[in-house]
Design a protein around this ligand. Sequence first.
Ligand SMILES: C[S@@+](CC[C@H](N)C(=O)[O-])C[C@H]1O[C@@H](n2cnc3c(N)ncnc32)[C@H](O)[C@@H]1O
Length: 239
Amino acid sequence: MDWTIWLIGGVVVAAAGLFAYWQLIIAEGAYLGAPLVALLYDWTAERYDSIKEFNRDDEDFCLGLPLEVRLSGAPASTIIDVAAGTGRVAQVMLRRPNFAGRVIGVDRSFKMLAVAQREAACFGNRAAFIQADAMALPFAGGSAPVVTCLEALEFLPNPERGLAELARVLAPADEKSGAMGWLLTTRRIGWEAKLMPGKTWSRAQMEQLLQNLLFTQIQIQVWQDIYDLVWAKKQRRRS
Ligand SMILES: C[S@@+](CC[C@H](N)C(=O)[O-])C[C@H]1O[C@@H](n2cnc3c(N)ncnc32)[C@H](O)[C@@H]1O
């Protein structure tokens, strides 16, 4: 009798452990609400960059150079970097020789932003950081010349609405005003993506979502083991 109780107890504890691992480590709190996601990032903020082991050459080659080239027609554009974390996009872009614009980073985690602010202090007022939620960005519709959102959509309460919110603030490409209309974001892939149902998309699903939001020139590129890089250009709605 005793051993059956131990066995059942063991199974219950193991199941609870696996559930907690799934929810807190793999999904990073994504199913439990935005405040918890931000709290988990607050706890890891000071260690985030060393956990990620960013490589400056890779960052330049995969992010900085291609973005700089796409913005060559409007090198003074302001980039709105949503879910900016520790300021990865600011670090990459503000070192580019042919980018003369600014980066405004938005994140819900105060401590991630504190690291971003500290690390970007050398760029003066070309980098600014705002605490806000990606689901309700504090920008008017069509006001952002360029929008980036890396490695974050799957952690939002509703990734599809989050993507629509990125599209809302992004100004469509327009020759007259010089707006470039570029969105740079990511698509979660790999085995962990399969453990995040409702938070991740197949390639075809993401293309369709972007087309529905009036994006063209959609390019989904292999980038890392767990992310594809996604480029897309927003067009003006025809009246
Ligand atoms: C994996 S990190 C990516 C950070 C950065 N983009 C990068 O590539 O290094 C995910 C970021 O999303 C932020 N985040 C998660 N949910 C958010 C939300 N609802 N609103 C704003 N930021 C959010 C987290 O605080 C965290 O900084």
